[in-house]
Design a protein around this ligand. Structure first.
Ligand SMILES: [Zn+2]
Length: 177
């Protein structure tokens, strides 16, 4: 499931660029969360199972966050679109082996050492950047892990909302689902 997410940047119908009404048609109504910025109506948080989605004013997903540290995630099944629970205990070597063997043709992953205690495997395809963030230490004063553990996955797409046309402002800012 996670290697597939890396390869396609999608989990079932959920992924960057997907429209909220389209997802709701397949998955049912999402969990509606808060505004991302307190003083602005959009973007807004939505959720399906463990997936946290940032949705912009045009009702498009611009970021998908999947926290995996709890060892279990609830995500849409690729075949049935039903929300299913599956294990997410993944180590660096397991994920990279899965990425290499999942027909990841033309899409390379690269390792970024950004923050101490953390490393990130990044895959970029079709304007969507999917980052698998691993922790390399269990605790600050502990020795580095032999095989880093996956902590979260963040998939983001660059998107600029078209300007709001006067007179349509209300329509554009009112949630439709
Ligand atoms: Zn937009």
């Amino acid at each position: 499931m996670l290697a597939e997410f890396g390869r396609t940047a999608r989990i079932g119908p959920v992924g960057c660029g997907a429209s909220l009404p389209d997802m709701a048609e397949v998955l049912g109504p999402p969990f509606v969360g808060d505004r991302v910025y307190e003083d602005r109506r959009w973007p807004r948080w939505f959720g399906y199972g463990s997936l946290q989605l940032v949705v912009c004013r045009c009702r498009l997903v611009t970021q998908v966050i999947l926290p995996v540290w709890a060892g279990k995630v609830t995500v849409p099944n690729a075949g049935t679109d039903a929300l299913v629970s599956c294990p997410s205990d993944v180590t660096y070597s397991r994920l990279t082996a899965a990425l290499d063997s999942s027909g990841n043709t033309g899409r390379t992953w690269s390792l970024v050492q950004d923050t101490p205690g953390q490393c990130t495997v990044e895959i970029e395809a079709d304007g969507i950047r999917t980052a698998f963030v691993f922790v390399t230490v269990e605790d600050y004063d502990e020795p580095p892990l032999a095989d880093p553990k996956l902590y979260k996955v963040v998939s983001s797409a660059f998107h600029d909302c078209p300007p709001v046309t006067p007179g349509h402002e209300d329509e554009a800012t009112r949630p439709r689902c």
